[in-house]
Ligand binder design. Structure first.
Ligand code: GLA
Length: 388
């Protein structure tokens, strides 16, 4: 029903604005079970696509204009293919970024009309921007018959984010938005881009997302800083081990020997990443065994690492994780995504959710004076065309 209604909305709006018949595509947001800040270090991640997505209705034009409408923001934007450049902020960057990447890679595209609407909460760390980029990439690939592979569509969307939003994101969000599969997590090796699907069988547990409803403005600069710190750590290790390419190749012993004496902060950051990769492999074993309580413990460890060593949490996220710890029916919790706001991901027994939410809503409001929102995440499929 919901899927149909957003798709129908962009279709109707497209007909009204442009008097033409569009192609409709959608691409989802994501959750990530474990493996945070590992993707741009060539490590592993374990995301799943969710049922919230961005929908685009796109048709070709016979000039080189691009005309865009956002139904979420009630805004329109217009430019020409030869004038594509980032604007200070906003949704149009994600569309322009994808078009620009296609042109830079030599793909032949012309002007197009596009109407966009999504239900991925914005700024919640559920990858709403990736879902827009992937829906646009999927749609343009189709209407201009470019025959681009799924892996390249993810890369194009990632580059769009680098160049038009200025955040040096890893591949995780884009990859899962394209490749997601309902009821499955995807284990992705971010070095080789090899991946495998695993059933997401949580027994009595559900994935509960608690949204802090804050997004601190330092999120993107700090994200890029962490990226740089990880590279600095790799450079130090390389001085003795030249075969090392990324933190994927680095061991705790190497960090202790070479990085700790030179730069304690870089050592802390890099140690978190090396440990998180190990944790992910262990988490996959626990998930396979159906041992959700053990998986939950690993999530708490991840949160501690992200908060204390990697330095990407914030008081609101820490508050939510601390509060649920030890509560009835909770296996584990941690901040999710880039950090500095957005959601925590919690594994909670279904029948414990109503009372937990009630209590946390009250406590969060009292402590932070902010309203909490929450979602029970349902998995969904990756990007695709929608026929109405
Ligand atoms: C953001 C980025 C991802 C990833 C996560 C942290 O969501 O877009 O590439 O780095 O942060 O794991």
């Amino acid at each position: 029903m919901k899927l149909q209604s957003l798709a129908t909305e962009v279709l109707k709006s497209h007909r009204e604005h442009f008097q033409s018949e569009p192609l409709i595509c959608r691409a989802p947001g994501r959750v990530n079970i474990i493996g945070e800040h590992t993707d741009y270090n060539e490590g592993f991640v374990l995301p799943a696509a969710i049922d919230k997505a961005s929908y685009v209705a796109v048709s070709k034009r016979d000039d080189d204009s691009i005309r865009l409408v956002s139904l979420n923001f009630h805004e329109e934007f217009e430019t020409r293919l030869e004038n594509l450049k980032p604007i200070p902020e906003g949704w149009a960057n994600y569309v322009m970024g994808v078009a620009d990447q296609l042109l830079k890679r030599g793909y032949k595209i012309g002007g197009f009309n596009l109407v966009l609407k999504g239900d991925v909460p914005i700024g919640a760390g559920l990858s709403s921007s990736a879902s827009v980029e992937c829906a646009v990439a999927w749609a343009l690939n189709n209407i201009f018959q470019l025959n681009i592979s799924n892996a390249e569509l993810a890369e194009i969307s990632q580059k769009a984010e680098h160049t038009f939003a200025g955040v040096m994101v890893g591949i995780m969000d884009l990859f899962i938005s394209i490749h997601g599969r309902k009821d499955h997590v995807l284990k992705l090796d971010c070095r080789s881009l090899e991946y495998s699907y695993h059933p997401l069988e949580l027994g009595d547990y559900k994935i509960l997302l608690l949204n802090t409803n804050v997004k601190h403005s330092l999120a993107s600069t700090e994200y890029n800083d962490r990226h740089a710190e990880c590279r600095r750590g790799v450079e130090i290790v390389k001085s003795k081990y030249p075969e090392v390419r990324s933190l994927r190749d680095v061991t705790t012993d190497m960090l202790d020997e070479l990085v700790k004496p030179v730069n304690e902060l870089t050592w802390k950051r890099c140690s978190y990443v090396v440990n998180e990769n190990k944790r992910l492999l262990e988490a996959c074993d626990q998930l396979e065994k159906g041992n959700i309580e053990e998986l939950g413990k690993l999530m708490y460890e991840t949160h501690n690492g992200l908060s204390r060593d990697y330095g990407v949490s914030c008081k609101e996220l820490d508050f939510l994780v601390d509060k649920v710890k030890g509560m009835e029916g909770v296996a584990g919790a941690r901040m999710m995504g880039g950090g500095f706001g957005g959601c925590t991901i919690n594994l909670v027994k279904e029948d414990a959710i109503p009372s937990l939410v009630k209590k946390i809503e009250k406590d969060y409001k009292a402590a932070m004076d902010i309203d909490l929102s929450y979602y029970i995440a349902q998995t969904g499929d990756g990007a695709g065309q929608i026929i109405i």
